[in-house]
Each structure stands twice: as structure tokens, then as C-alpha cells.
Design a protein. Structure first.
Length: 169
């Protein structure tokens, strides 16, 4: 039976893998958004936040003299690459990508909410502070995606009606 600290470390590794997956997914999406500059700019901003989040989660893992799970990191990247590659063939890739991004942000929100509670339980005030900071960034990105989804959808619909226009990206 896993104790509190083992669960905490396992969930920290999960968070690191999740951020690796997010980076891969976001970079894949950003490459294909040339006709959606506002979405592209926000995705690129969040890529930078995600890279910093990885570093912050890694710093908590290192304080507990443990390392991130290479298997989980690789598995997350492979899953994200598969998702990005699958979207390349969808005619409505930009809309589905924005929806998937919103769903993924909510997964991250739930994960960091749980990590905050666990950090409190183990007395890791520095980890709690880090996860609260990350949680705010994830909430901001989810809110932005939700608020901008109608515009992205409308842009896609307008582009898809125009002759000789690539609406997909």
C-alpha cells in the first residue's frame, strides 16, 4: 500500500509527464495555425508557460530526491504526437484542436488542484505555492480558449466558405 509521500511523488511524476505531453501537443498545433494569428500567439505564449511549468514541477521532484518518470514522459509525448498527427488530416483541425486544448487544460486544472491538496497534506509549502502558480496559468488558458472558441469557430466557418481558401489551419 502506497503511503502519502509515495502518492505525492507518483502524482508529481504524472504532472511532469502531463506537461511534457502539453508541450508536444501545443507545439504541434502552433505549427499549423498560420491563418489564426490570435490563437497562434496565445498557444505560443502557453508553450513558454508550459516549459516553465515543467521546470517548476521538476524542481519539486528533485527536492524529494527523485526523478521524473521517463516512461510517463515518453508515453505522454507519443500520445500528444498521435493526437497532433491525427488532427493534421481533419478538415476542421483548428476547431477540434481548440476544443481538445480546452479539455486538456481542464485535466491540468484538476491535476494541480489535487496536487495542491496533497502538498498541503505532506507539508510542502513550496510545492503548494508552485502548484497554485501553475493552476492560475492553466485556468487562464482554459478561460481564454473557452472565450475565444466562438471566434475561432466563426473564422473557420468563414474561411471554409471562401473558395480556394485553406480553412483548416
Amino acid at each position: 500500500m502506497a503511503d502519502l509521500h509515495e502518492n505525492y511523488l507518483d502524482w508529481l511524476r504524472d504532472a511532469h509527464a502531463m506537461e511534457e505531453q502539453a508541450e508536444t501537443m501545443l507545439k504541434g498545433m502552433a505549427k499549423r495555425l498560420e491563418h489564426y494569428p490570435v490563437l497562434e500567439a496565445r498557444i505560443k505564449q502557453h508553450i513558454n508557460e508550459t516549459i516553465e511549468q515543467q521546470r517548476l514541477v521538476e524542481s519539486v521532484i528533485k527536492r524529494y530526491d527523485s526523478s521524473s518518470s521517463t516512461f510517463k514522459d515518453v508515453a505522454g509525448k507519443v500520445a500528444a504526437m498521435g493526437q497532433a498527427m491525427g488532427g493534421m488530416f481533419a478538415s476542421d483541425e483548428v476547431v477540434k484542436g481548440a476544443i481538445s486544448g480546452y479539455v486538456f487544460e481542464n485535466l491540468e486544472i484538476a491535476s494541480y488542484t489535487s496536487l495542491i491538496a496533497t502538498a498541503k497534506a505532506v507539508g510542502d509549502t513550496e510545492g503548494q505555492r508552485i502548484f497554485e502558480q501553475i493552476l492560475e496559468q492553466e485556468k487562464a488558458m482554459a478561460t481564454w480558449l473557452l472565450e475565444n472558441l466562438p471566434d475561432v469557430t466563426q473564422q473557420f466557418l468563414a474561411r471554409s466558405k471562401a473558395p480556394h481558401t485553406d480553412a483548416k489551419r
